[in-house]
Ligand binder design. Structure first.
Ligand SMILES: Nc1ncnc2c1ncn2[C@@H]1O[C@H](COP(=O)(O)OP(=O)(O)OP(=O)(O)O)[C@@H](O)[C@H]1O
Length: 277
């Protein structure tokens, strides 16, 4: 059982394996507000173990809002308010006793813009380990994370160089290395390729397919082809403008093939045929 209550040294709290199938994160969003604005309603989203779950839908439908609710990243926005529940391996991540720093160690995040810190490549990867008061072999952890992120061969001779000196695609892989260094169970990726060229995008997509051997992944993407290429499961969101607002909601979630080729809902069908026509 994972403890979400205190910052335990990273090495002392092993990551649950992906041997069993099932749900890693179960989010039952009733409502999400920013101040008085109802941004998302009625969205039950699951991130399954060892799979990639894609979040798709038109701009403003709440994909990023829901994604960022899955590891309490939205806590940093004072006007944010969630009604409903989000459980990680059966535990309520919004429970009073839970430490959001520990949640984010188990559920890491990669953002749209590569955002390495202005520090060395090595220290970028070691950052989360230091935050989590890791006491073991830093060199080994940094190398392993860089290898898993497919970056080791490109940076092994310049680990003391500033991370900001890398190319955009390399910076994004550095951010992935930083996210996986603390041995998370889930990786959340918010449009991780939107700032990258097609070659760097393809590298990250291939990396995602490798990462799902070890991690459960949820990715927000605007790119439907990307969702089809990488996602096992797809959650399609839409925007309700019927009451004069703009409120996002989940239309349906299912196997990616089913969502793209045999959607249950007309809204999904219309969106997908519009995107591909
Ligand atoms: N920090 C915030 N404060 C207030 N409103 C916000 C905030 N972040 C997002 N919103 C609003 O919440 C709604 C959902 O935004 P969100 O970014 O989650 O949608 P999205 O589907 O990811 O959009 P996009 O595809 O354009 O990135 C939008 O109306 C947006 O303007």
């Amino acid at each position: 059982m994972v403890s979400l209550n205190t910052v335990a040294p990273a090495a002392a709290s092993p990551r649950p394996g992906l041997s069993e199938t099932g749900v890693a994160i179960d989010a039952r969003v009733e409502k999400i507000y920013y101040g008085d604005f109802l941004a998302v309603r009625d969205s039950h989203v699951a991130v399954e173990k060892g799979q990639i779950t894609g979040f798709i839908g038109p701009s403003g439908c709440g994909k990023s809002t829901v994604l960022r609710s899955l590891n309490r990243m939205n806590d940093l926005i004072p006007s944010f308010r969630l009604m409903g529940s989000v459980t990680f391996l059966g535990q309520d991540i919004y429970a009073k006793s839970v430490d959001p720093v520990v949640v984010r160690r188990h559920i890491g995040m990669v953002f749209q813009q590569p955002n390495p810190f202005s520090m060395s490549i090595y220290e970028n990867v070691a950052f989360g380990l230091r935050l989590n008061r890791f006491k073991g072999d830093y060199d080994e952890k940094v190398e392993t994370a860089l290898r898993k992120a497919g970056l080791w061969n490109e940076v092994k001779d310049k680990l003391r160089q500033n991370g900001l000196a890398l190319s955009g695609g390399q910076q994004q892989r550095l951010c992935i290395a930083r996210a996986i260094a603390t041995n998370p169970t889930v990786l959340l990726m918010d449009e991780p390729c939107s700032a990258l060229d097609p070659i760097a995008t393809r590298i990250i997509e291939e990396l995602m397919l490798e990462l799902k051997q070890e991690y459960s992944v949820a990715i927000v993407t605007h790119n439907m082809q990307q969702a089809m290429r990488v996602a096992d499961k797809t959650a399609f969101f839409s925007v309700d403008i019927s009451k004069g607002g703009r409120t996002g909601f989940l239309v349906e979630q299912g196997d990616t093939r089913q969502i793209f080729h045999d959607p249950r809902e007309k809204l999904t069908k219309d969106y997908i045929s519009g995107e591909f026509s």
